[in-house]
Design a protein around this ligand. Structure first.
Ligand code: ARG
Length: 457
C-alpha cells in the first residue's frame, strides 16, 4: 500500500505489531457505509465518473455480503479493515477500486468508522438501560409496601420500603441514560473529508457525506477531526459510571443473597453451584458484574492515558483506541443483561426482610420525632431521651415497642401510650411521606411517573 517508497517489506514483527485487523474488523459495516457515502459524493462532485462510482459501490456491496457470510479475513499484511476491504474490492473490480481513496485518508476514515460505531453503542446502551429500568419499576411496583432495614454504614438505620430501594437504582440509571444520549449527541459531527490532517484540494462536499451517514454536520477543523477521540472517551466515561452503578446493585444482591441476610433468592438461571459443597448456590453473575466494572473503568483509564500525550494530529498510538472501547462495550452489554435478569427473576423474601427491619432499633428516629411532634421537645433533647430508651431496651433484650409504658415514663414523664403508634416499622415508613421519601404512597407515585417516562403507560 506504500510500496513505492520502500526498498524492503516490513519485518515479521512490524507486520504483527502494526496489525489492527484482529480487532478493527468489528468496524466493517461502518467502513463499508462510509466508503459508499464517500464514493457517491465523489461521483456527484464529478471527482470520479458515475461509471466508476457504480462499480465501486456495487463492489462494496459484494464485499459486505462476503463478510456477512464468511466473516472478515485476517491478513496482517493488509493491516486493518480499511486496507482489507479496499484490497478485496480491487480483486473484485480491478484497478478502478483505487479511485475510492481519492480525497480521503485512513485517518479521517478510521475516525469516521469508529465514531459511527460508538454512536451506535451509545444507543444500544440506552436501550439496555431502559430494559433494566423496566425490570426495576415492575418489581418496585410489586414491593412498594414491603419493608426492609435501610442502612447507613451497613448498620440498621431506619426501615425503608423495597420499592424505594429499587427505585433508587432507577434514578441512577436514568442519569446513566442521559450520559449516553449526551455522548451520542456530542458525536454528531462527521470527520470524513478531513483527509490525512489538512483537508483536501479536491472539491468535495462534506455536508453531503455527513448527512448521508446520519451526522448533523461535518467537523469544522481537519486537525481536530483526525485526532479527536473525545467521543470514545465520552462513551467510556458514561460506561464507567454505569458499570459503577451496576456493581453497587450487584453488591446489594450478593449481600442480600447471603444466608445471614436471606433477603433474596436469586434465579437459578443466574447462579452456579459448587463442585465440592453440594449445598452452595453462588451469585456468580452478580460477582462478575461487580468484577467487570473494574475492567470497564480500566478501559477508560487506558484510553485516557493513550491520548494524553499525543501532539496533533494522528499518531499510531491511536490505533489502540479500539480494544478498550470494544471490550468495555461487550462487558457492559453482558452486565446490563445479567442485572436485568436478576432483578426480574429474584424472589424477594419479604418476611425475612421485615423481621430484620424490626431488629436494631430501626424506629428510634421515629421515637425522637414523636417526642418533638407530640411533646414539643427540642430534637437534640429528644435524641438524648431516645438514646436512653434504646439503652434500656438493649439491657432488657427487647425491641423498642416492647418496652412498657412504665419503662417509658420513667425515662421521661412526657411520653404516653400514643407513642406505640409511632414505633412499628409500618408507621415508620408511612410517616416518611415527604417528596422522594420511602412511604409506600410516595413510592407508588414515583413508580407511576417512571412508568409513564418509560412509555409503559
Ligand atoms: N489502522 C489505523 C488505525 O486504526 C488506521 C489509520 C492509519 N493511519 C496511518 N496514518 N497510518 O488507527
Amino acid at each position: 500500500m506504500w510500496g513505492g517508497r520502500f526498498a524492503e517489506g516490513p519485518a515479521a514483527i512490524m507486520r504483527e505489531i502494526n496489525a489492527s485487523i484482529p480487532f478493527d474488523k468489528a468496524l466493517w459495516r461502518q467502513d463499508v457505509a462510509a466508503s459508499k457515502a464517500h464514493v457517491a459524493m465523489l461521483a456527484k462532485q464529478q471527482i470520479v465518473s458515475a461509471q466508476d462510482a457504480k462499480l465501486i459501490s456495487e463492489g462494496l456491496d459484494q464485499v459486505a455480503a462476503e463478510y456477512e457470510a464468511n466473516g472478515v479475513p485476517e491478513n496482517w499484511d493488509l493491516e486493518d479493515i480499511h486496507m482489507t476491504t479496499e484490497s478485496r474490492l480491487a480483486e473484485l473490480i480491478g484497478p478502478g477500486a483505487g479511485r475510492l481513496h481519492t480525497a480521503r485518508s485512513r485517518n479521517d476514515q478510521v475516525a469516521t468508522d469508529f465514531k459511527l460505531w460508538v454512536r451506535e453503542a451509545c444507543l444500544s446502551a440506552d436501550a439496555a438501560l431502559r430494559a433494566l429500568q423496566v425490570a426495576l419499576v415492575t418489581r418496585a411496583g410489586e414491593h412498594a409496601g414491603s419493608i426492609l432495614p435501610g442502612f447507613t454504614h451497613l448498620q440498621t438505620a431506619q426501615p425503608v420500603t423495597l420499592g424505594h430501594h429499587l427505585m433508587a437504582y432507577y434514578e441512577m440509571l436514568q442519569r446513566d441514560r442521559s450520559r449516553f444520549i449526551d455522548a451520542h449527541h456530542r458525536a454528531n459531527q462527521c470527520p470524513l473529508g478531513a483527509a490525512a490532517l489538512a483537508g483536501t484540494g479536491f472539491p468535495i462536499d462534506r455536508e453531503m457525506t455527513a448527512i448521508a451517514l446520519g451526522f448533523a454536520m461535518p467537523t469544522a477543523n481537519s486537525l481536530d477531526s483526525v485526532s479527536d477521540r473525545d467521543f470514545a472517551l465520552d462513551y467510556l466515561q458514561a460506561a464507567a459510571q454505569c458499570a459503577l452503578h451496576l456493581s453497587r446493585l450487584a453488591e446489594e444482591f450478593i449481600i442480600w443473597a447471603s444466608q445471614p441476610f436471606g433477603f433474596v433468592t436469586l434465579p437459578d438461571s443466574l447462579s452456579t453451584g459448587s463442585s465440592i459443597m453440594p449445598q452452595k448456590k453462588n451469585p456468580d453473575a452478580a460477582e462478575l458484574v461487580r468484577g467487570h466494572s473494574g475492567r470497564i473503568i480500566g478501559a477508560l483509564t487506558s484510553l485516557m492515558i493513550t491520548m494524553k500525550g499525543l501532539p496533533l494530529a494522528y499518531s499510531k498510538d491511536m490505533q489502540d483506541d479500539k480494544p478498550p472501547v470494544f471490550e468495555a462495550a461487550g462487558l457492559l452489554t453482558l452486565s446490563l443483561a445479567a442485572m436485568t435478569g436478576m432483578v426480574a427473576g429474584a424472589t424477594f423474601r419479604t418476611t425475612r426482610m421485615r423481621a430484620a427491619a424490626e431488629l436494631g432499633y430501626a424506629t428510634a428516629t421515629d421515637l425522637a420525632d414523636w417526642l418533638v411532634r407530640e411533646a414539643g421537645i427540642p430534637f437534640r433533647e429528644a435524641h438524648h431521651i431516645t438514646g436512653a430508651a434504646v439503652k434500656l431496651a438493649e439491657q432488657k433484650g427487647v425491641a423498642l415497642d416492647q418496652l412498657t409504658i412504665k419503662d417509658f415514663t420513667l425515662i421521661d414523664p412526657r411520653i404516653d401510650e400514643r407513642v406505640y403508634g409511632a414505633l412499628s416499622v409500618e408507621s415508620s415508613v408511612a410517616a416518611r411521606a415527604s417528596y422522594g421519601g420511602t412511604a409506600p404512597d410516595q413510592v407508588k407515585a414515583r413508580v407511576a411517573e417512571a412508568r409513564v417516562a418509560l412509555g409503559l403507560e
